[in-house]
Design a protein around this ligand. Structure first.
Ligand code: FAD
Ligand code: A2P
Length: 272
């Protein structure tokens, strides 16, 4: 008599889109960055985003849009993330460790790309919070410095601590043996805080409309003949900056119709 064979639990199928975490760095209680392996076949334009996530409890992955913060020449992929305490993804993602796996759908898309801007002399990168991420990619891409004589990175957060990831990135770029020379004199970094005293303060919209940023950096005001802009922040920030840019005579472009500026949401807020 043969015993009924006991059914072995079938091993979970490895996800073909799994990538391995190589490093993690926590910047504040609410911000961290991490690097993962890059699928060999993944090509992207600096500034684009992909969907990343973790397996869910019911077997259905929890996926969210994330800007790729590393440049397209990097052999790994970097992401810069918020930690939302009750967020379905980031309440768990914030605990990843080197060696863990995340899911990455290798279909990059987005409007914050050089192809969506017509040629110009200066490009303005305007970001709040984690909206810095696509510019962390674009600031490290030599194409940015090939295309423009001046690159102005305005980044605004509530507190100085929240600016640290961007500040260290710019400092590392200036010190970099390869890109440092290309960046020198071209990249102008203008970080500000709004709710904590610091060297430079104020909202991006206010510093543009008052002319303070032009005075501080010794630059001519924005002009549609020479200036291009890329914007990434909350919906309210994006809408307000768009009005300011339109006031300077710049028009919104897209991949299909390049113009003077492009916009992307850094996240989808409640009720939006
Ligand atoms: P969710 O349920 O997605 O969000 C809960 C709430 O948290 C939201 O309603 C909103 O009020 C707030 N929130 C979500 N994301 C942010 C944020 N980044 N900053 C401030 N408040 C936020 N997030 C990143 O951290 N880094 C990125 O590079 C990034 N790129 C994005 C690119 C695009 C095109 C879009 C649409 C979103 C991007 N996001 C990015 C937001 C991201 O998709 C998730 O919303 C975020 O990871 C939180 O996921 P969650 O499941 O924990 O919470
Ligand atoms: P403020 O402190 O004056 O609100 P948040 O953390 O709320 O997403 O904001 C990130 C940064 O973006 C803060 O410095 C905030 O300034 C600024 N900000 C928020 N909304 C706008 C807006 N509509 N226009 C300009 N700056 C904004």
């Amino acid at each position: 008599m043969t015993a009924n064979p006991v059914a072995e639990p079938s091993p979970a199928k490895p996800d073909p889109n799994a990538q391995t975490v190589t490093s993690v760095r926590h910047w504040t209680d609410t911000l961290f960055s991490f690097r993962v392996t890059r699928p060999q076949s993944l090509r992207f334009r600096s500034g684009e985003f992909v969907m990343i996530g973790l397996p869910g409890d019911n077997g259905k992955p929890i996926m969210r849009a994330y800007s790729i913060a590393s440049p397209n020449w990097d052999e790994e992929l970097e992401f810069y993330s918020i930690k939302v305490p009750d967020g379905p993804l980031t309440s768990r993602l914030q605990n990843i460790q080197p060696g863990d796996q995340i899911i990455l759908r290798p279909k990059p898309v987005g409007t914050l790309v050089h192809d969506a801007l017509i040629p110009g002399k200066r490009v303005w990168f305007l970001a709040t919070g984690t909206g810095l991420a696509p510019f962390a990619s674009l600031m490290r891409d030599p194409e940015t410095y090939d295309k423009f004589d001046e690159v102005i990175m305005m980044h605004t957060c509530r507190t100085a601590e929240e600016l640290t990831y961007g500040r260290e990135l710019v400092e590392a770029l200036e010190a970099d043996e390869l890109i440092g020379e290309m960046v020198a004199g071209k990249l102008k970094y203008y970080p500000t805080t709004t709710r904590e005293p610091s060297e430079r303060m104020g909202r991006i919209t206010d510093n543009l409309t008052s002319g303070k940023v032009f005075e501080d950096l010794g630059l001519e005001p924005m002009n549609p003949a020479t200036d291009r802009a890329m914007v990434c922040g909350s919906l309210a920030f994006n809408q307000d900056v768009m009005k300011v840019l339109e006031g300077f005579g710049l028009n919104e472009g897209a991949n299909s119709e390049p113009r003077e500026y492009v916009v992307e949401k850094a996240f989808v807020g409640e009720g939006v």
